[in-house]
Ligand binder design. Structure first.
Ligand code: NAD
Ligand code: UFG
Length: 343
């Protein structure tokens, strides 16, 4: 099939492009490169031996988006493009609503105009907000606690409304838990700009000596060791989940949400100690106050994805740490080429 991947140059998008190409699909990427580098797609070609058609286009530019659909016979869309930093969304809410919501509205309008009704959407476990119980199941009441989360929740609702208006739509809402790790080739991985917000990229940058030490946000949560618990999921498992979701939406119309997580939660201290074992050295850290907006525990019940998508995670925490480390060591400055660095 011909698959349009919005945000395909990004972290999860680039790993999904690899899986799509390896499964025999043609891939067309639309990305404005606001949080990624074109080098990621060159590396995808290096891994797979297959070319990607790339358009540097902003989803806010509807005219250019129409041209992409006019020039290509698109069967389905995997929609990753969006801004994702929770803290930044609190300070720049308009930017987040404009980019994520308007970008998605434009995409849906252009899809509908061109008779393309199949979409896999990148949602997030953030739509569960604060819940009383874990594991989290898809039928729990949803709630967002910051502008980023609200964009995901609103987009889920917009896509539900679209399906109500026209039953041709077939949409999978994939609620990712905490994506980490990298492709085992060491060629593609997460390349955060500036100081990382997320735990694993922060740990790898401390381990490689780019940052002095890790701050552990909160040691007084109601968890076994007092630190926050999350469901870390290997990005390649996550990418495979998109192929499974694509297969499902080609067969069944409607809108359905799926948790993509392992079903196991690990604390921050467990992640640190696993990482230390993998790399054979200590990670300096201090436990400081809680980070505003963080929840204590989040992990998935991934049963629905197993039953309906035939998807289950295969890679454990050790492999997540090994692959994140390999990516960091082989690409200490991410995708930035040496000639761009002024060194
Ligand atoms: P990423 O920033 O690496 O990738 C997003 C890509 O979208 C980037 O390449 C960026 O340049 C592009 N983009 C952003 N706005 C655009 C626009 N208006 N037009 C065209 N391109 C645009 O992020 P990621 O980690 O790969 O996440 C992909 C998706 O998954 C996002 O929607 C994110 O919200 C969601 N998600 C991510 C996580 C996570 O922890 N990484 C968790 C849950 C959900
Ligand atoms: N943490 C630290 N130190 C750090 C970074 C994180 O102790 O430097 C802790 C956090 O407090 C949390 C855990 O490590 O307990 C994981 O934090 P991340 O920032 O890696 O991930 P979050 O669970 O906070 O956020 C992720 C995505 C968000 C998404 C959210 C809910 O990054 O986009 O999951 O789905 F909204």
């Amino acid at each position: 099939m011909n698959i349009l991947v919005t945000g395909g140059a990004g972290y999860i998008g680039s790993h999904t492009c690899v899986e799509l190409l390896n499964n025999g699909h043609e891939v067309i990427v639309v990305d404005n490169l606001s949080n990624s580098k074109i080098e990621a797609l060159d590396r995808v070609t290096k891994i797979t031996g297959k070319e990607i058609k790339f358009y540097q286009i902003d989803l806010l530019d509807k005219v250019s988006l129409h041209k992409v659909f006019a020039q290509n016979e698109i069967d389905a869309v995997i929609h990753f493009a969006g801004l994702k930093a929770v803290g930044e969304s609190v300070t720049l809410p308009l930017r987040y609503y404009q980019n994520n919501i308007t970008g998605t509205l434009n995409l849906c309008e252009v899809m509908e105009h061109n008779g393309v009704y199949k979409m896999v959407f990148s949602s997030s476990a953030t739509v569960y907000g604060l819940q009383e119980t874990v594991p989290l199941t898809e039928d729990m009441p949803l709630q967002a606690i910051n502008p980023y989360g609200r964009t995901k929740l609103m987009i889920e609702e917009i896509l539900e409304d679209l399906n109500l208006s026209n039953k041709n739509w077939s949409i999978a809402l994939l609620r990712y838990f905490n994506p980490v790790g990298a492709h085992h080739s060491g060629l593609i991985g997460e390349d955060p700009s500036g100081i990382p917000n997320n735990l694993v990229p922060y740990i790898t940058q401390v381990a490689v000596g780019q940052l002095p030490k890790l701050n552990v946000y909160g040691g007084d949560y109601p968890t076994p060791d007092g630190t926050g618990v999350r469901d870390y999921i290997h990005v390649v498992d996550l990418a495979v989940g998109h192929i499974k979701a694509l297969e499902r939406i080609m067969m069944v119309n409607g809108v359905a949400a799926y948790n993509l997580g392992t079903g196991t939660g690990y604390s921050v201290l467990e992640v640190i100690s696993t990482f230390e074992r993998v790399i054979g050295k200590k990670i300096p850290y201090s436990v400081i106050e809680r980070r505003p907006g963080d929840i204590a525990i989040s992990y998935a019940n991934p049963h629905k994805a197993k039953v309906e998508l035939d998807w289950t995670s295969t890679k454990g925490l050790v492999q997540m740490c090994e692959d994140s480390w390999q990516w960091q060591v082989e690409n200490p400055t991410g995708y930035e080429r040496k000639d761009e660095l002024n060194v």
